[in-house]
Design a protein around this ligand. Structure first.
Ligand code: PAF
Length: 328
């Protein structure tokens, strides 16, 4: 994959390492465009996002994949330095995913943007910051208070640099999805957010680049997360309310030695209003955060869906997982 040189004859695949190379690769390209933002170490979960992007743009469209381990979303002491960086394998994987049975690229163009921190933040630490608001202060935000501001900073910048019609985001990071949807809505960013379902290993473990940190024994303990979600889903199927769904999931996690639970919550998937009376610093239905205001503006109606979300430490690895459930 090489950097595109001429906007008149754009390469069908291009690797851009600088803003100038990206601008040159996208110049004059008015085909439908979707972006998939990643931190690399790509797995099938990412490739599902890429496939969904390809479906959206069609055979002549452009898929842009960004690969950037964003320092702003890591707090001191988190795994910024250890985070896997596998650019060559990522490029091979992307080419394979977007190659059709005939051996040709299945979309019009694939542009990969893989900047360094200096390219992404050429003036050093950004002066103008995004405040992602109350959604970013609960659950993940409570444990990682600067995380979503860092995510918003890079996501908005990458939206400006890549100018997509669609941006794909995985449901695995459900709170990130909610924060990004709220940012796009509140800042009138002309990009449509497309959620993509969680990809799981055959034993149920949600795919994550951080799974690579788990030892064999830890990987066994980690399966308690998906089992807890299944217990919650099973309870929901019998008509259990949010509190009972949460209790069913909590019970599975509590029974697993080697799993240190950070939280188990049932929340509104858009507003993260607490539906299960769990405390955890969440707003409850009687408090000011209103789902119709904070959540999807599409219909404004309160959803009967809940999001059962869990986070736990297995050894030194922090894992999150979630599932949507129907509530009475
Ligand atoms: O989900 C991720 O991998 C990251 O948070 C994102 C959206 C690429 C921003 O760095």
């Amino acid at each position: 994959m090489t950097a595109s040189t001429s906007p008149d004859t754009p390469a069908r695949t291009a690797l851009a390492r600088t803003r100038e190379e990206l601008a040159s690769a996208l110049a004059g390209d008015d085909a439908p465009r979707a972006v998939v933002m990643t931190m690399g170490a790509l797995h099938q979960g990412h490739f599902d996002l890429v496939r969904e992007a390809a479906r959206h743009v069609g055979a002549d469209g452009t898929v842009v994949v960004t690969i950037f381990v964003n320092p702003l979303q890591f707090a001191p002491g988190e795994d910024l330095d250890a985070y896997p960086r596998t650019l060559e394998a990522d490029l091979d994987g992307l080419a394979a995913v977007l190659t059709g049975a005939d051996g040709a690229l299945a979309v019009g163009r694939l542009v990969v943007f893989a900047p360094t921190p200096e390219v992404m933040y050429p003036y050093g630490d950004p002066q103008v910051r995004i405040d992602p608001g109350p959604l970013a202060t609960v659950l993940e935000g409570r444990i990682r208070p600067t995380h979503f501001a860092g995510v918003c900073q890079v996501v908005l910048s990458l939206m400006h640099l890549t100018a997509p019609r669609w941006a794909m985001f995985g449901r695995k990071d459900a709170q990130q999805l909610a924060v990004v949807k709220a940012m796009v809505r509140d800042l009138a960013v002309p990009v449509e957010i497309v959620p993509v379902d969680i990809r799981r290993e055959t034993d149920g473990l949600a795919m994550s680049s951080r799974n690579a940190y788990l030892s064999d024994a830890e990987r066994g303990h980690a399966l308690a997360l998906s089992r807890a979600l299944e217990a919650g889903r099973a309870a929901a199927r019998t008509g259990a309310d949010a509190a009972a769904v949460r209790a069913a999931a909590q019970q599975v996690l509590d029974a697993e030695a080697g799993v240190e639970v950070d939280y188990v919550a049932v929340v509104d998937p858009d507003s993260f209003v607490d539906l299960a009376g769990a405390g955890l610093g969440l707003e409850t239905r009687n408090q000011p955060v209103d789902s119709a205001q904070v959540g999807s503006a599409a219909d404004g109606a309160r959803s009967s869906q809940g999001l059962l979300a869990v986070a736990a430490r297995v050894g030194s690895t922090r894992l999150i997982d979630n599932t949507l459930i129907d509530l009475p």
